[in-house]
Design a protein around this ligand. Structure first.
Ligand code: NDP
Ligand code: 7N6
Length: 305
């Protein structure tokens, strides 16, 4: 890609200081600067979020895997190439999801809560369990789902998955297509959601899917809040039709102070932080540098528009 002036948009501060990412990109053959919403001085931007002024630039690189809030048709109409950062979150989100499942099974969150009260408290004898041999269904088996499946398999969980392409992926036993979602979740102790937010996945985990899950099952959502019907989830938790949940993403972010999710014992709330990692800027920079070096007309990496 022939880019001589590359902007790093302020919004990347959601994962690292913009200057840090700019520094990583300076090794590329382009003039790199940190920019706000005024992008008149650059040909391309590396950004966390969409800004209308980006439409019409040569290239916009999103430092996230999810680009559901980017108006792709507008970018296409303007001839702006858009790329994303899928491929870099398998280890970080995989480890976070495993950590959340371990906390729920081994009751680690309870111990930390008790510690803040200086209270030496053990749980009811029959609440802790081990993840070994427990069933996990991962909905979406790409970078995130693969990262979760790999780590769950490594500690002896029995991993199934759901994706549109009906082929098995490493570390999974059975792969279901979305039309068999109810069957896929029915026996799982954990259901981990790792699909992109699209028209097909909005509200995918609805009241019916939650009802198809075991009463002692936990929902883990590291994808996008709107993939899960949050009211239906809260109702299922209130009715003890689910054991709990670990949620990194929400329909409204930050999660409003009034949300009942904050107060539920077996709900772990993390602030859309599952992939945070000091290595994040370098991982993004590797993708961007690869595309910057392409002058052979080959497809740019991770192109979504
Ligand atoms: P990938 O493109 O690598 O994987 C997406 C997977 O979802 C593929 O296995 C795809 O398989 C499957 N899929 C797509 N549509 C459906 C559907 N309708 N039903 C079932 N499966 C489906 O994306 P990533 O793993 O990199 O990221 C996934 C999403 O996770 C991102 O779009 C983003 O929204 C979110 N994310 C959240 C993070 C966080 O901070 N919590 C961090 C990173 C990502 P197939 O094509 O065969 O269906
Ligand atoms: C960074 C989150 C993604 O889609 O939502 C994530 O990649 C990024 C804090």
């Amino acid at each position: 890609m022939d880019v001589s002036r590359l902007g790093v948009h302020d919004s990347v501060r959601a994962v690292c200081p913009p200057a840090v990412l700019a520094e990583r990109l300076r090794v590329a053959d382009a003039d790199v600067s940190v920019v706000d919403d005024d992008v008149t001085g650059v040909d391309a931007v590396v950004t966390f979020g969409h800004v209308d002024a980006f439409v019409g630039l040569d290239w916009v690189h999103c430092i996230r895997a999810g680009y559901d809030d980017f108006p792709l048709d507008a970018y296409r109409d303007a001839g702006t190439v858009v790329t994303n950062s899928t491929g870099i979150h398998g280890t970080s989100v995989g480890e976070t999801a495993l950590g959340l499942m371990l906390s729920l099974a081994r009751r680690l969150h309870e111990y930390r809560d008790a510690q803040t009260e200086r209270s030496w408290t053990t749980p009811a004898w029959d609440t802790p369990f081990t993840l070994r041999d427990e069933r996990l269904t991962v909905v979406g088996l790409g970078t995130l789902g693969g990262g979760i499946a790999t780590r769950a398999d490594a500690i002896g969980m029995r991993v199934d998955g759901v994706r549109r392409t009906p082929t098995r992926t490493p570390h999974t036993r059975t792969v279901y297509t979305p039309d068999r979602l109810h069957e896929a979740v029915a026996d799982a102790r954990f259901v981990a959601v790792a699909v992109p937010l699209t028209d097909a996945t909005r509200g995918l985990i609805d009241a019916d899917v939650l009802a198809a899950m075991r009463d002692d099952a936990y929902l883990v959502n590291v994808a996008r809040g709107a993939v899960v019907d949050e009211d239906a989830l809260i109702a299922a938790l209130d009715a003890d039709a689910l054991a709990g949940a670990a949620l990194d993403v929400f329909e409204t972010e930050p999660l409003p102070e009034s949300s009942p999710l904050w107060d539920l014992d077996d709900v772990l709330v993390t602030p859309h932080a599952a992939p945070l990692d000091r290595a994040y800027p370098e991982a993004v920079a590797r993708i961007v540098r690869t595309t910057l070096r392409r002058d052979d007309g080959a497809d740019v990496v991770n192109r979504v528009a």
